[in-house]
Ligand binder design. Structure first.
Ligand code: HPA
Length: 277
């Protein structure tokens, strides 16, 4: 194994130091904007944008519907950091690259991570266009970002995952959505590598595993956040029906279009929730 953890830690710290020279306040809350979900960025007050390409050692994103910038500012009076454009395993990035930004967040002192994504709804009760609050996850990517030497300063060798998605934040998000009159589901997210969507046989298997949602992101980021002691809250936009009996061909364009619409509801919930944190 030629992965050098000391060098990786150094690279992350360099990226974080560069960012610290640009920002006024260090954010305690970070939000990862998934496919088609960058509408939240419009709510940011006094935004400061830093392009990924300007940050030392930072990867650069290529996926459709994804930009490549960090944004700093306030939402509902809270200092936040937005990651506008994430890195996917299917693009060819390693798990360490996919989760590099989460380590930068950790180095910046982020305490709460809100992840958003577009996902297929495997639960037959889920209707397309609604948000789902993620209660737990299944790592079905066949890899793990923590494989290799452990950086003790970042977290333990064998991290606990008994509350991968923070219960208190999850409950707060559910009650906030209720107060706003926005219907939300709750469910388990299963992460696949992609880039293929699922066959009907795969969907049957995943449903039997206990998953309600399927998508191509989020799982590695949430693992690293947990390792680093960052509390996680997760939202999926249900963008298509991933139910074997009702399976229709799905395209990335449709997914992004629905995610854009659903993202408005998710943004509304996050906005209200941030005011209460
Ligand atoms: N499967 C996998 N990833 C996805 C899907 C899906 O149905 N929809 C959006 N992302």
């Amino acid at each position: 194994m030629n992965f050098n953890i000391d060098e990786y830690v150094k690279n992350v710290k360099e990226a974080a130091e560069y960012i610290k020279t640009k920002i006024k306040n260090k954010p305690e809350i970070a939000i990862v904007l998934g496919s088609g979900l960058h509408g939240i960025a419009d709510k940011l007050e006094n935004p400061l944008k830093i392009s990924y390409s300007d940050i030392p050692n930072f990867p650069v994103s290529t996926a459709p519907g994804h930009k490549g910038e960090l944004m700093f500012g306030t939402i509902s009076g809270k200092d936040v950091m937005l990651m506008n454009g994430r890195f996917h395993y299917y693009e060819g990035y390693t798990m360490k690259e996919v989760t590099f930004p989460i380590r930068v967040m950790q180095e910046l002192g982020v305490k709460i991570l809100i992840v958003t994504n577009a996902a297929g709804g495997m639960n037959p009760n889920f209707e397309v266009g609604n948000p789902c609050i993620i209660t737990d996850q299944i790592n079905f990517m066949g890899d793990n970002p923590l494989i290799g030497p452990n950086a003790e300063e970042w977290g333990p060798r064998f991290p606990d995952m008994s509350e991968a998605y923070n219960k208190e934040l999850t409950e707060k998000a559910i009650s906030t959505a209720k107060k706003l009159g926005i219907p939300v589901y709750t469910g388990v997210y299963l992460g696949i590598t992609g880039p293929t969507f699922e066959t009907p046989a795969e969907l049957k298997m995943m449903r039997n595993f206990g998953a309600d949602l399927v998508g191509m992101s989020t799982v590695p980021e949430v693992i690293v956040a947990n390792h680093g002691g960052i509390k996680v809250l997760g939202f999926s936009a249900v963008t298509d029906k991933a139910v074997p009996e009702e399976l229709k061909p799905v395209t990335a364009e449709e997914v992004i279009e629905i995610a854009n619409k659903t993202g408005e509801k998710i943004a509304e919930i996050i906005l209200a929730l941030l005011g209460e944190l």
